[in-house]
Every structure is written in structure tokens, then in C-alpha cells.
Design a binder for this molecule. Structure first.
Ligand SMILES: Nc1ncnc2c1ncn2[C@@H]1O[C@H](COP(=O)(O)OP(=O)(O)OP(=O)(O)O)[C@@H](O)[C@H]1O
Ligand SMILES: [Mg+2]
Length: 301
């Protein structure tokens, strides 16, 4: 089943064209990442899917319900984590989870839900302290736990781990993955940190200036024939030595040449064979490196 179906979505804020006709489909059970630089339109798109923002034109359906015509049905299916969410500062973390659970339980066991939220938050004994006393990261932990404890069919998370330290970030990715695996939750989330997306997503849409410039399975995106080469020589390194077609992002760092080569590896190996090699590695390029190529190219290659 299709979880989200977005067609030709346009959103203007006055004269600002935040979304200029985007289309994408998220299948049930997918973890779908929307990535792009600041101001690309990610939050705008997520708020529209969450029924919180009016559409200028185009259509958005969530599990077959139109966000404009059937917003209540859509809201029953989703749990939305805003980009800059605060929680009620005068409640304790636990009271906040309890309040939200009662509000959204919809027949589910409130106590169980709250217990799950407490454990997901990882806040331990601080869960009984007032939210007003939490650090930014702690508040974020509470809110991500709130969004996931409800076991929504669709979790919409706007930069879920921004402001969290890398260890906690990793833990939250595991939680999101677990929700997806155990409860079949579909996840739509945004990020501009590509390594995040790389770890978590099954599918990725790259958005820039209100347009989706590319949608790919995570595997396809990494499995292009781009490879990253690092070469250290026992002789002096010169850029000319690597002047083959298909070489880009060439750098010499710490006596090592590093570059992306998109072509037959045999050609490169043959070209290197005459050199006195001290060390050679061939790796997958990071999503950052792929991203730079795609966004600079401005579209599908
Ligand atoms: N309420 C608003 N009024 C006017 N313009 C807005 C409003 N909200 C967003 N915009 C504009 O719409 C564009 C897209 O903004 P959006 O917040 O969707 O980007 P984003 O991809 O989420 O960026 P970030 O990574 O910084 O969160 C920007 O040009 C922004 O200035
Ligand atoms: Mg945003």
C-alpha cells in the first residue's frame, strides 16, 4: 500500500515559492529521507503532509486520505515531530508523556504507552523533573520518544536528531529502525546531515530550492560507479598523474592523493601501475560526496 502520495505539490508563502511542484511516493514500511540544504523546503513539505499547512496547488494523500479533504483521518494515522518543538515546561517529562498518551491513546493502553515512552527517551531519573529544567538535547529526546511511543502507522520527523550528540543520535536511529521493523511503521524524515540518512533510510529524495532533483533507493545512490580512491606514492605526487577522464574532487592531503573516479576501475589501476605505490584504497564515496556532485550538476546525470 502507498503511505504517502504527493503530486505536483506547490506551496507559496506570499511571493516566496517554497515548493515548486514536487512529487514523490512513500510505500508502507519504508524509511524515506528528505534531504537538502537549509531553506530547501523540507519543513514545508512535512508540515503539509501532516495537515498543518495549506497547499497552494497539487495533492497529497496519506494512506489514501486527502490531507485537504480528510485531515482528521490523516491525523489519526500520523505522529509528527516538529523541527522546533517545545514541550510544556511546567510538566515533568513523565507527566508530559502521560498527557500526550491520554490525548492520543485511541483505545491503546495509556500506561504501556507511557512506559514505552519513558524507556525510549533514555532520560532515566530525570524523567520526573520539570521539562523546563531540561537541556535542549534532553527535550529533543523526550519529544522523539513522544512521537514514537504512540506506534503511529506513519511517523513524520523533522530533523529528529538535530542537537543530539552522536552517541544519542545513533541510539535514536536504532529506535526508529526498531519501530519500523517491529511495528511496520512508515517513517518520513528530514535531515541535512547526509551520513544520518545513509545509515537509516531505504529511500532518499534530494530536495533543493523547492524541487526534488533526485529520488533513489539508498542502495542505488551508493552503488553508482563512483568510487573514492586514495593513493600514496613513494615518489612525488603530482595532479597530472591522475588527469584521467572521470576524475573529480581531486585533492592532495597529507601526502596522499584523494579523488572520486567514475569509470572502469581497470583503467585507473592500469594508469597507476607505473607508479611506485605506497598505499592504495578504493572506497564507497560518502553521501556528502555524492550529494555535492548531484546538487552541483543540478539534476539526474
Ligand atoms: N512561514 C513562512 N513564511 C514565509 N516564508 C517561509 C515560511 N516558512 C518557510 N518559508 C520559506 O520557505 C522556504 C523553505 O523553508 P523550509 O522551512 O521549508 O526549509 P527547510 O528545508 O526545512 O530548511 P532548514 O533545513 O533550514 O530547516 C524558505 O525560503 C523559507 O524562508
Ligand atoms: Mg526545516
Amino acid at each position: 500500500m502507498t503511505a504517502i502520495h504527493v503530486t505536483d505539490l506547490v506551496k507559496h508563502y506570499g511571493r516566496i515559492e517554497a515548493l515548486r511542484g514536487i512529487s514523490f511516493t512513500v510505500k508502507e514500511g519504508e524509511i524515506f529521507g528528505l534531504i537538502g540544504p537549509n531553506g530547501a523546503g523540507k519543513t514545508t513539505a512535512l508540515r503539509i503532509v501532516s495537515t498543518l499547512l495549506e497547499i497552494t496547488s497539487g495533492t497529497v494523500e496519506v494512506f489514501g486520505y486527502n490531507v485537504k479533504k480528510d485531515p482528521d483521518e490523516v491525523r489519526e494515522k500520523i505522529s509528527y515531530l516538529p523541527e522546533e518543538a517545545g514541550a510544556y515546561k511546567n510538566l515533568s517529562g513523565k507527566e508530559y508523556l502521560n498527557f500526550m498518551a491520554q490525548f492520543y491513546a485511541d483505545g491503546k493502553d495509556v500506561r504501556e504507552m507511557v512506559e514505552k515512552g519513558i524507556s525510549m527517551s533514555g532520560l532515566e531519573e530525570r524523567i520526573t523533573d520539570k521539562v523546563g529544567t531540561y537541556s535542549k538535547g534532553m527535550t529533543r529526546k523526550l519529544l522523539v520518544a513522544r512521537a514514537l511511543m504512540m506506534e503511529p502507522p506513519l511517523a513524520i520527523l523533522d530533523e529528529p536528531t538535530s542537537g543530539l550528540d552522536p552517541l544519542i543520535q545513533q541510539r535514536f536511529f536504532s529506535l526508529i529502525e526498531e519501530e519500523n521493523r517491529k511495528n511496520g511503521a512508515t517513517v518520513l524524515f528530514s535531515s541535512h546531515i547526509l551520513s544520518e540518512v545513509q545509515k537509516l533510510c531505504t529511500k532518499v529524495a534530494i530536495i533543493k530550492e523547492g524541487r526534488i532533483i533526485r529520488v533513489d533507493d539508498m542502495e542505488t545512490m551508493q552503488d553508482t560507479n563512483y568510487k573514492k580512491y586514495r593513493v600514496a606514492l613513494k615518489e612525488e605526487l603530482k595532479a597530472e598523474m591522475f588527469g584521467l577522464d572521470g576524475v573529480s574532487d581531486f585533492k592532495i592531503e597529507d601526502g596522499e592523493a584523494a579523488f572520486i573516479f567514475s569509470g572502469d576501475p581497470n583503467v585507473m589501476i592500469r594508469a597507476l601501475a607505473d607508479r611506485r605505490i605506497r598505499n592504495l584504497t578504493i572506497e564507497e564515496p560518502s553521501l556528502e560526496e555524492i550529494f555535492v556532485r548531484i546538487t552541483e550538476g543540478g539534476g539526474n546525470e
